[in-house]
Design a protein around this ligand. Structure first.
Ligand SMILES: Nc1nc2c(ncn2[C@@H]2O[C@H](COP(=O)(O)OP(=O)(O)OP(=O)(O)O)[C@@H](O)[C@H]2O)c(=O)[nH]1
Ligand SMILES: [Mg+2]
Length: 298
């Protein structure tokens, strides 16, 4: 970061429907997993910053929960998150996957019609679709919104990501870095640990149960080469508790083993994980519980 006069920096918000690959994109750009991923919509709940430091540029990405119309107080919080990540952005990445219809995006285009900075259309998951499908989708979208540029990528395989970073870099203003070079996210380690555990629940348990799961890390203690983490998995019904624990503890064992592996990779140390499952009845509908867990609409 020696030549400060040529230095560029700025905020880049990642928007898109649930499940289009926003978090996968951010993790793969950073080459560091800071935000969780699953094959179910609405995995991400809180905006999270991921910082990419390049020789003459710092890009601060903001991963957001998927664009959707809220149905409960938690959903209200989620939609407030993606809206709140817009005013500070210097550039917006509008992620889509090929084959979707542009008609349903009109309400989101309205939100950005006065956005004064470039909006890039990012067509993700191109590894899964035929060229014709990709082209047809691009044609439809480019007729409905004045995108500054269109970039085809596969967040999963990495195709197109270098080109994307290059384009973003050229669009950011001349500005000194916002964050220290060593910092890769604005999220506390304790919260990332909780999210890693939540990811394993989202990846192993189906139907509606994951939507009502919250993980709170109660204690984290570091001793020489070992980190002890005690976390509580909250579910919204007693019947869900039984499923998360599984027969003779089989499910919680899978979740614990998978989470520990990722946590050890994240911290670079051995991890002892102490998991508890508790019921917090219908918490998604309770503003006081939501507030206590940081789902506060400012
Ligand atoms: N084949 C393929 N799968 C992808 C790609 N990008 C993401 N995925 C998969 O798509 C699913 C959703 O990815 P996420 O990164 O969680 O999507 P998201 O947009 O962050 O979703 P929400 O947080 O729920 O809004 C996961 O199963 C990913 O592995 C890609 O480029 N190709
Ligand atoms: Mg996500």
């Amino acid at each position: 970061m020696e030549n400060q006069t040529n230095f560029r920096s700025g905020f880049v918000t990642i928007w898109g429907r649930p499940n289009v690959g926003k978090s996968t994109l951010l993790n793969n750009i950073l080459k560091y997993k800071i935000t969780i991923v699953s094959d179910k919509p609405q995995t991400t709940r809180k905006n999270i910053k991921g910082i990419l430091n390049l020789p003459n540029c710092q890009i601060v990405f903001i991963d957001t929960p998927g664009l959707h119309v809220p149905v409960d107080p938690l959903g209200q919080f989620l939609s407030n998150q993606w809206k709140s990540a817009l005013p500070d952005a210097d550039c917006l990445l509008y992620l889509i996957t090929p084959g979707v219809s542009v008609q349903t995006d009109e309400i989101y285009f309205k939100e950005i019609q006065d956005f004064p900075h470039p909006v890039l259309l990012i067509v993700n998951k191109i590894d899964l679709f035929k060229k014709e499908t990709i082209q047809k989708t691009i044609q439809e979208y480019s007729q409905c919104f004045p995108f500054h540029d269109i970039i085809e990528v596969s967040a999963l395989t990495g195709v197109g990501l270098d080109q994307l970073i290059q384009k973003i870099q050229n669009l950011l203003p001349l500005n000194p870095p916002y964050f220290d070079e060593e910092q890769i996210s604005d999220v506390y380690e304790r919260d990332i640990a909780g999210e890693i555990i939540r990811e394993k629940i989202w990846q192993n348990i189906y139907q509606e149960i994951p939507y009502g799961v919250e993980v709170r890390v109660e204690a984290m203690q570091e001793k020489e080469n070992l980190i002890s983490i005690r976390a509580i998995i909250y579910v919204e019904k007693d019947s869900h508790r039984k499923i998360v624990i599984g027969e003779k503890g089989s499910m919680i064992k899978i979740i614990g083993t998978e989470a520990r592996k990722d946590l050890e990779e994240f911290f670079g140390k051995k991890v002892f994980l102490d998991l508890w499952v508790k019921t917090q009845l219908n918490w998604r509908k309770k503003p006081n519980v939501l507030r206590r867990w940081g789902y506060t609409i400012r």
